[in-house]
Each structure stands twice: as C-alpha cells, then as structure tokens.
Unconditional design. Structure first.
Length: 289
C-alpha cells in the first residue's frame, strides 16, 4: 500500500493518506496497529500537489489539510471526519474570507480544539515583523482566531516561526523562533493563556520535543540538550561518536521520544540523495545507534 503520510492516535488506530494524480486523496485505516488496512474513503481535493497534514483528537474525530506546493504563501483546505475517516466534510479554505488563515502545521487537542502554526516561509510576505503565526479553532476548523503571545520589545520588531503546540492534559508548550533567540511559551489552562517559560538553545536544528510536560530534548547540528523541568533550564549532553559522524552532511528531520529514555532521530542528507539515517537512543540521548 503506497503511503504519502500517516497518523496514529494510539497503538491500535491509525490512518494512511495517499495523494492521487487526479487531485484526490485515498484514505486507509487500521484498527490493529497496522497489521491490516482497509480503504475508508476517496476525497476530492483542490490542490493535490503539496503536503497532507493530519491530526486526530481520538479514534473518530480527525482533520487533514491539503496544501499547495511551493515556497511562497501556501494555500490549503481543511477537511474533517467524525466517523473515523469513512466520510469527510470540507470545513474551510485559504481562499475564503474569515476562514482558513494559511496552510501550516496542524495540531488537535483531545477536546477537538485545533491549532495552526507556521512562519514567514509558510505565509509568504504577510504579517510582517513580530507577527506570530499561531491560530486556534474551536468549531472543527470552520473559523480561526489568532492567538496572542506576550512578546518582548525586541521580539516585536522581528519575524518568527512557530512550532506545533504540544499538549499534555491542560499543560501546553509552543516554541517561537525569532531572529536572535527562541522562546518557549507554556500554558496551564489548555491553551487559553500563555506565558514565557524560558529560552531554548536552538541554533540550526529541530524544534524542541517533549515526552511529557517536564522531559524534553533539543537536538541541533552539533549538540543535544535535555530538560527535566519543562524547559525552564537546558543541559547539554555529551554528543557520542555515532551521532557526530551521522550529523556530518545531514540535518535533523524529525525527533520523537516515547519516554524519558527511548527516542528516535531521523536525519536527512543535505545533498538530497538517499543517504538518510534513522538513529535510536535507549539512554535519553546520551548515546545513539
């Protein structure tokens, strides 16, 4: 089964999305952790030439965004399901007034609240300095409102990019990269309000990832950092020889941890060839194989 992108909401329930040349998306589902798959739906889409971004709140309620290809202002359209992916309804699009603000990263909370995040690259020249590309929807993606984050005087004059918010119950974390620093914001009321938690050691690399509200990692192209207090402080970890060799000629593509010890790191070749690597750690990022 060809897969363009996929999403698992738990260890059993997952979906795979395949873009078709006739501008449609074929959606498959599994209820046994990927051992067997069945075709659920074929959804006509407007673009069909970019990315498919997916988020599910539970085994029944999910969303996907069909995005255009390209480096400028990215168009998109949002679809929603409430029956596990069998039927989909078009909720919003970037070409509609007061609807989808831009094509960006998609996050869903357990209560169905949706978040869109991105940056100048995703949104083109719109917004300007200090404009934070973070939006929220509480009506299944029909309408969106911009989320205001507290900015310092210096950051109000800078452009930025925004990570996907991560939620652990009522605790939320989101990172904003400015020209001179990266700020971690935290919420303790499910995303209703946000405050500055601290700065993160981003240079060139991936946004911080968190295993829960306390344990997180930041992997740059020359260092691994670790936090055990929710991003208030970060400690550099020794970078072992395996990781140091693997990073040569490659950049960080994706990081994921399932607990405080076990994690995976996907590295992509800078030359665009197939020399990509998947690494694993069993000791919280101190050593890799």
């Amino acid at each position: 089964m060809p897969i363009d992108t996929g999403y698992f909401v738990d260890v059993q329930n997952g979906w795979a999305f395949e873009l078709q040349t006739e501008k449609s998306v074929t959606i498959y589902g599994t209820k046994d952790g990927g051992q067997t798959w069945s075709q659920l739906a074929i959804v006509p889409v407007k673009y069909g030439d970019g990315n498919i971004l997916i988020a599910f709140a539970d085994a029944w309620h999910g969303w996907f965004e069909d995005m255009t290809a390209g480096m400028g202002q990215l168009g998109g359209e949002m679809f929603a399901t409430d029956d596990g992916g069998k039927t989909w309804q078009r909720m919003a699009a970037t070409d509609q007034n007061g609807s989808l603000p831009f094509g960006g990263q998609l996050t869903a909370q357990k209560d169905g609240t949706l978040w869109l995040s991105g940056g100048q690259r995703a949104a083109g020249s719109l917004g300007g300095p200090g404009f934070v590309w973070l939006y929220k929807s509480t009506d299944s993606g029909k309408t969106w409102s911009q989320v205001k984050l507290p900015l310092s005087a210096a950051n109000e004059k800078e452009t930025d990019s925004v990570s996907k918010p991560e939620f652990f119950g009522e605790n939320g974390l989101v990172t904003v990269i400015f020209q001179n620093n990266a700020v971690l914001y935290a919420s303790q009321d499910g995303g209703q309000t946000w405050s500055v938690r601290g700065t993160t050691p981003i240079k060139e690399g991936f946004f911080p990832v968190f295993e829960d509200a306390m344990f997180g990692w930041q992997i740059t192209n020359d260092q691994v950092y670790f936090t055990k207090d929710g991003g208030r402080t970060w400690q550099p970890l020794h970078i072992d020889s395996t990781l140091q060799t693997a990073l040569s000629g490659r950049f960080v593509g994706q990081v994921d941890f399932i607990n405080s010890q076990q994690g995976w790191l996907l590295l992509f070749s800078r030359n665009g060839n197939s020399d990509n690597l998947l690494l694993r750690t069993n000791d919280g990022g101190q050593s890799w194989k």
